[in-house]
Design a protein around this ligand. Structure first.
Ligand SMILES: C[S@@+](CC[C@H](N)C(=O)[O-])C[C@H]1O[C@@H](n2cnc3c(N)ncnc32)[C@H](O)[C@@H]1O
Length: 446
């Protein structure tokens, strides 16, 4: 069976998370742990071949970096110069549509159409179809393809006697946002058909699950306590980090800089027990209130978490008999800036954090099992669209007994040249409006 995963904006992290989850045996997703074959990949989408059917609804809820999960239906050859439309001209027959893409539905069907690119060059390369004499020049831009394809499919469906409504991406977009798929009930009342377009082939696919944007919003904005001053990690990113920790379901994770508890809540939702600590008593109170709200809202059984005030440099004392499997933490990024700070200030922040993290990691080594991971963020100051002042060196971890782990295996990184990895094979999560970005690092205790 072939599946495709639509990747989030920070696609390098999406791929890292997916690789970690797909490689781990997990009965909840029907994953055996045997290697998954990657068939195609681009910054937009990853196509895999699985030996057994995946439980996609469960997976979608647990992957912060995946926007949609699709089932690949067919692959159709395309000549390099052909438009997607041309390649699929004879494909969407009424019988194929009925059998492969649409469930029985009484009433007006809704369907949407999205194109994802396996080859981003297609954006630049309108197919060369010169205007025939006496005809208007044809709009060859790829952005015109969704409408034309949509009309072909609509015609096919109408021929089956169905009454249909077509939902298309907005002007200058090729794909429908997950919110549009959800709000239009496309998966309930029809389908979202996706075309994955490459240079010499196109895959046809149908959407099985989309990210629940409302629920992520709720987990972020509806919590009783928020802390704009210290900053909070977005739940999606916290989820990705927890997935990168490689712990087994039911084991215990620690966040020693837990703030108001975002990593803790996401850890619980992913099936772990969690311990949180923070030097700030007010943050701990916030965590307690948030987790109580979270427990009620998501019907979490008692005993899944514990939080306590403590300095991360002496957190081992808190744990006594508790065994933890991994540490997942945003950590502290130092001051938050609205304007790019002076170089001297950046240098000072890096020095302060190096001293703090040296002491913390020495402490973490006392409580982590061998091969236990620390997934954390360090600040990267954003100088330009893809340029950062990076944390100068993470070498101080080696004498403390840690190895820096590539966020994406070298084999995969070699295959996916488009990934945005730093020189030390970590990845950066940034936002347009933020000066202080998060470099996500994984350490493993030797
Ligand atoms: C960026 S905030 C973490 C926010 C958290 N990830 C969330 O989403 O709520 C960093 C936290 O580190 C805590 N902190 C700073 N120094 C600490 C230390 N030495 N030990 C423990 N916590 C510390 C701060 O009080 C703050 O709550």
């Amino acid at each position: 069976m072939k599946y495709a995963f639509v990747l989030g904006r920070v696609y390098t992290l999406s791929v890292a998370e997916l690789a970690a989850v797909l490689e781990k045996p997990d009965p909840a997703f029907n994953l055996s742990g045997e290697p998954i074959k990657i068939l195609e990949s681009s910054p937009e989408i990853l196509v895999i071949e699985a030996t057994r059917p995946l439980r996609v609804d469960a997976m979608q809820k647990k992957l912060g970096g995946v926007i949609k999960i699709l089932e690949v239906v067919d692959v159709v050859k395309k000549r390099e110069a052909d438009s997607i439309n041309f390649a699929l001209k004879h494909y969407f027959k009424p019988s194929v549509l009925k059998k492969q893409f649409f469930k029985e539905y009484k009433g007006k069907m809704q369907f949407g159409l999205s194109i994802y690119l396996l080859d981003l060059e297609l954006l630049k390369r309108p197919s060369p179809a010169p205007a025939r004499e006496g005809h208007k020049p044809f709009n060859n831009s790829i952005f015109s393809e969704t409408r034309r394809l949509g009309m072909i499919i609509k015609k096919g469906l109408t021929e089956t006697g169905a009454s249909v409504r077509l939902v298309l991406p907005e002007f200058n977009a090729l794909a429908l946002a997950s919110v549009v798929v959800t709000k239009n009930l496309l998966l309930q009342k029809g389908a979202e058909i996706c075309i994955l377009a490459g240079t010499d082939r196109v895959y046809t696919a149908k959407t099985l699950a989309v990210q629940d944007f409302e629920d992520y919003g709720r987990r972020d904005y509806q919590r009783p306590v928020r802390d704009e001053k210290q900053g909070m990690i977005p739940p999606k990113v916290a989820q990705i980090m927890v997935n990168l920790a490689n712990a087994k379901s039911g084991e215990t994770l620690l966040d020693p800089f837990c703030g108001i508890g975002t990593v803790l809540q996401e850890g619980i939702l992913l099936g772990y027990k969690v311990l949180g600590s923070d030097i700030n008593k007010k943050a701990i109170k916030g965590s307690e209130q948030n987790l109580e709200w979270f427990r009620n809202r998501y019907k979490i059984s008692p005993g899944k978490y514990h939080v306590e005030a403590a300095d991360a440099r002496s957190v081992a004392g808190l744990l006594s008999s508790q065994k933890i499997s991994a540490i997942v933490s945003e950590g502290t990024l130092g001051p938050i800036y609205s304007q790019y700070p002076k170089n001297a200030e950046i240098e000072q922040n890096f020095n302060d954090l190096t001293e703090l993290y040296k002491a913390c990691f020495a402490e973490f080594a006392k409580i982590l099992p061998p091969k236990g991971r620390v997934v954390m963020c360090v600040p990267a100051y954003k100088k330009g669209p893809n340029s950062y002042e990076m944390f100068p060196s993470l070498d101080f971890m080696a004498p403390l007994g840690y190895n820096l782990v590539d966020i994406i295996s070298p084999v995969l990184a070699k295959k996916m040249k488009f990934l945005r990895l730093t020189d030390r094979k970590t990845a950066i999560y940034d936002r347009k409006d933020q000066i202080v970005a998060r470099e996500i690092v994984i350490f493993e205790k030797a």
